[in-house]
Design a protein around this ligand. Sequence first.
Ligand SMILES: N[C@@H](CCC(=O)N[C@@H](CS)C(=O)NCC(=O)O)C(=O)O
Length: 316
Amino acid sequence: MRLRPVYVTDPNLVDEPLIDVPNQWAPQQGIHLYHFPLSLDSQKVRQGLEELGVQWQSHPILLSAHQQFSPGYVRVNSRCVVPTLVIDGKVTTDTINILDLLATRFGTANQCFEASEEEKEFVNYWVDKAAGLFIEALTYGHVEGLKKPFPLGRASESGRSHQDKVDLLTRLIDTYNKDPKLRGAYEKKRAVIEATKEAMVAPGQMSAIIDATRIELEDLAHQLGSGQFAHGGWLASDAFSLADVQWGAVLYRLQWVGLQPLLWEEDSIISAYAEKLFAKASFQTGVVQWSKVGRKVILPTIRYKLLKAFGLSQDI
Ligand SMILES: N[C@@H](CCC(=O)N[C@@H](CS)C(=O)NCC(=O)O)C(=O)O
C-alpha cells in the first residue's frame, strides 16, 4: 500500500534531483524560479526566497495547462515538476535541495536559516516528515463526504486529472519518439503518474493515507507542545527554520482542501502554530498572494490556451 509520494519512496522511478548543474537551455544570468502559483512545493520555495530577501525572476509553469510537459521545460527539469531554480544557468531541482541551496548561499548574509549542526539534524528530520506526506493524493483524491474547493472538484473524481495526464504523456511519447531525452522523460513521468493514480483510486487507499497523515500530525502536536514552540520559538528551533517553511505550506493546503476537521482539532496547538506561520510576512507574500485562483491561475490558463489555439504560444 502506497502512503507516501513516489518522489520520496522510489528514487529508481524518477530522475535524480540536480544541484547547481549547468544547462544550456536555462537562462544564463540571474535568479529564476519556475513555479506554479498553487503548487505546494512552489509555495515553500517562494516563501524561502522571501524570507531570505532574494530577488528572483518568476516563470509561471501552468500545471493547469500541462506546461510542465513542454519540451522547453522538460529540457531544464526532466522530472516534469515544479519548482525549478536556475541561478546563472545552473539548475537545481527538488524542493528540499532548492531550499538547502538557497539557505547555504544567501542565509549567512541575511542571518536567516542559520543552525548549528545539531539543530540542523533536527530541522532536517521535520523537513523530511513534511515532505513525506502524500499531499498530492490528499489534494486530488476523493474523500467520502468532502467537497473539494474550486478548481479541484472535478479533478478529484476517481483520479480523472491523473488519467488525463497519462493520456497526454502517451501522445507525447509518440510525438517525440525520435528524441531520446524527451521520450525518456515522458515515459518515466507516465510511470510516476500511473503509480500515484493507483495510490489514490485503489480501494481503502485514501482512508489509509488520511490515517497515516493523522499520525504524523499527532507527532507534530507532540513536538509543538514539548519543544521550542511552547516557549515562544518554532517547530524545531528557537528561530524560524526550513522545517517551518515546509509545515506552513502543508497546513495551509490541508485547511484549503477542507481536511482539517479529519486531521486535527480546530482548537489545538496545531491551529495556534498554523496561525503563527500564516501571519509571517514571507508567508503572505510567498503563499497567500499567489493563491488568488482567478487572477493567478484561471486567467493565465485561458490566455495561454487561446494563444495556443491560434498558434501564438511559445515554448517555455
Ligand atoms: N517534491 C518533488 C516533487 C514536486 C512535485 O510533485 N511538484 C508538483 C507540484 S507541488 C508538480 O509539479 N506536479 C505536476 C505533475 O506531477 O504533473 C520536487 O520538489 O521536485
